[in-house]
Design a protein around this ligand. Sequence first.
Ligand code: 5GP
Ligand code: MN
Length: 335
Amino acid sequence: MFSPSEILEIKNLLVPENKIVIITHYNPDGDAVGSSLGLKHFLKQMGLEADVIVPNDFPKFLKWMPESKKIIIADYKRKIAGEAIYNADLIFILDFNASHRSGNLVGPWLEKAKAKKILIDHHQQPDDFDFVYSDVTVPATSQMIYHFIQALEEEEKVNVDIAQCLYTGIMTDTGGFRFRSTSATTHRIIANLIEKGADPAMITSSTWDTNTVSRLHLLALILGRIEVVKEGKVAILWLKRDELKQYGFQKGDTEGFVNYGLSIMGTQVSAFFMEDLYEDFIKISFRSKDDVDVNQFSRNHFNGGGHINAAGGKYMKNIEETIADFKEKIEAEDF
Ligand code: 5GP
Ligand code: MN
């Protein structure tokens, strides 16, 4: 958490004269959108306005969230987004650790912005900003927003909109309260959010019961050819661009696919490789169990990072070469 003196400084910055912008990472997920909108609704309760800016579009299954329609998507609204960042006095950087993670468009704007910058994030090795609240033991940035509200001594201001958004972020980033960093504190906060009006059944069905038939067919395709290597300890899944097109791929359709690899008895790592729809690179998702560190593995070999048990990366070879390189690198790992 921020120190007491930093909290005082931040309180002094939270005034109506200051233009506030909230930015999250490229390919925003449930925690990115949940923490950003949750903070926006909280600032509103404090009598402050804030713009939420995301680098690119986000999945439809997050668009039920209160005021998600007001989010500025920089890819589509370059001028508005660029000017908002340029003119901001205060920028909250949520759910990412380094400017470049907000993409090629927003990243450089963020670096040049003259605003005071406040980072709240749970990824490893954050860059330096004016104020940094980084904690890799917390399962979701949305939980950290709740802790931030507590540190400001404004918990009674949490309303139903804040509660719905933060609940969604915590639920999605913990994989439905299953991942390792899910703690008693997480559940206490969840209980508070339910008391403030978060509706678990509505949130779960709006976010997760949103399959299309084509998404299930896509899932069937990759499950049908899942490969296991390293004596059953590593699962590999992949998808090609033509297949994405054939099944009418929509943003977010492959969310969660990588987890099926880890659900196999005995696996320690799951890796999901996907050709980008437009550009010639492979997007990779890694998941792991226990102490197997895919963040470090991805940093070392696949130009990425993330968390110990959930990381991503990007590779510039074709998919066959990428998977071959992966097999070689993962065989050499000691687990
Ligand atoms: P996912 O596999 O769900 O895309 O990402 C898993 C985690 O790794 C997320 O916390 C995400 O922020 C992080 N991540 C995904 N891709 C990259 C990447 O290319 N670089 C870095 N540094 N982190 C990534
Ligand atoms: Mn997160």
